[in-house]
Design a protein around this ligand. Structure first.
Ligand SMILES: Cc1cc2nc3c(=O)[nH]c(=O)nc-3n(C[C@H](O)[C@H](O)[C@H](O)COP(=O)(O)OP(=O)(O)OC[C@H]3O[C@@H](n4cnc5c(N)ncnc54)[C@H](O)[C@@H]3O)c2cc1C
Length: 345
């Protein structure tokens, strides 16, 4: 086997100690690849007070976990995280590095690729490593499948063997498979004093944007809200059902809500329940919602013929300002009276 082809790496994204669910998807996918190519599957875990999480990665398929548990990694900073990863990559020379296509993954991966001239494939939902013993890894092809205008698109990219291959994979349907009786190595990385210094200054504001957008239930508001106050209602509904909020582009463009909540091609979410309020369901918006057979789409819209009604599991036709308060009222009533059965009141 070629000397360069050493390890498959998965970046273990975490938020204040909680591993992002996309990491488990990546481990599930890459475990099969690692078995096929007989390569160790390695995860890189950077954070503060996160060492105990390393075991979670091993029971989900990793053979080895490099852990940097350091206060410098407490808050996510692009330059710090990218520089630590670069240091590791330069010394260990992995073959393949996988990131989730999250805000963090999309922020670090290009920095690394640009620094070491790695090959990078973004927005990938599936990939295949074309291994040929004849060519002795002279060329490796990836097949990426992108959703565009509802169609699947296959692209083959060729990256020469002496370059690191980075694949940024869109969050998909979570397959969180715990493998029995797995053991692996946890290897601690230590930094020397002042080895990594950030140019970014932190403001003392807690931003929950990343975990917010990876919720199982997302309540999204669109132009149909009419004004920024509409998001108060959206937040109330999200709170009542234990979900988080999202938005289509018009409310972001109109500055009713921060860009962090925009859902679209470049910010994809995979909720189990997606509630679209005053959103017509244009392609550019729906590209941002990963829909599989189990996804429940609830559309609240006064236009029964708008696009989102064609794909909605439940379509509620009417004025959102009348419908949403009724839903919240009903939830609160049922919660207070401990009613689970929908037929009883
Ligand atoms: C290059 C490019 C990139 C884009 N990227 C994105 C992207 O990433 N994400 C994105 O979301 N969009 C994106 N867009 C915009 C996209 O094409 C659509 O214009 C946008 O998604 C529409 O948003 P909307 O559904 O909120 O608004 P509209 O299409 O205007 O729909 C508003 C809906 O609200 C309903 N409504 C109005 N009042 C009420 C009420 N009181 N109660 C109930 N329903 C009501 C209406 O019936 C209507 O269906 C992009 C466009 C371009 C050109």
């Amino acid at each position: 086997m070629n000397n360069f082809l050493k390890e498959i790496w998965v970046y273990a994204e975490q938020h204040y100690g909680k591993i992002d669910k996309v990491v488990y998807e990546l481990l599930n996918k890459s475990r099969k690849l690692a078995n096929k190519l007989n390569m160790p599957l390695v995860t890189i875990l950077l954070g503060h007070k996160i060492r105990k999480k390393a075991k979670q990665l091993i029971i989900r398929g990793a053979d080895k976990v490099y852990v940097l548990d350091d206060v410098i990694c407490n808050d996510f900073k692009d330059d710090v995280y990218a520089n630590i990863l670069l240091k590791l990559i330069k010394s260990k020379k992995p073959e393949l590095l996988l990131f989730g296509s999250t805000l963090i993954g999309k922020s670090i991966a290009p920095r690394i690729a640009a620094n070491i001239e790695a090959g990078i494939i973004s927005n990938c939902v599936a990939f295949k490593l074309n291994y040929s013993s004849k060519t002795n890894f002279e060329k490796i092809s990836f097949i990426t499948t992108n959703k565009y205008e509802g169609k699947k698109e296959i692209t083959t990219v060729t990256i020469s063997k002496n370059k690191l291959k980075i694949v940024v994979v869109k969050p998909d349907t979570l397959i969180d498979r715990v493998l029995q009786n797995r053991t692996g190595n946890i290897i601690d990385i230590k930094l020397k004093d002042n080895e990594i210094v950030s140019k970014i200054k932190s403001l003392n504001i807690k931003i929950k944007q990343q975990t917010e957008m990876s919720s199982n239930i997302i309540v999204s508001g669109g132009r149909g809200l009419g004004n920024e106050k509409g998001f108060i209602l959206i937040k109330q509904l999200a709170k009542a059902i234990g979900g988080t909020i999202g938005a289509s582009k018009p409310p972001v463009d109109l500055k009713w809500i921060s860009n962090n909540f925009l859902i679209g091609k470049h910010n994809i979410v995979s909720p189990k329940v997606y509630i679209a309020c005053g959103i017509s369901g244009q392609m550019k918006h729906m590209e941002g919602v990963n829909i599989n057979n189990d996804t429940i789409i609830i559309a609240i819209n006064k236009d029964p013929h708008c696009k989102i009604m064609e794909i909605a599991t439940y379509a509620i036709v009417g004025d959102l300002y009348k419908i949403i308060p009724e839903i919240i009222k009903e939830i609160m009533f049922r919660r207070t009276n401990k009613i689970n059965n929908v037929y009883k009141k």
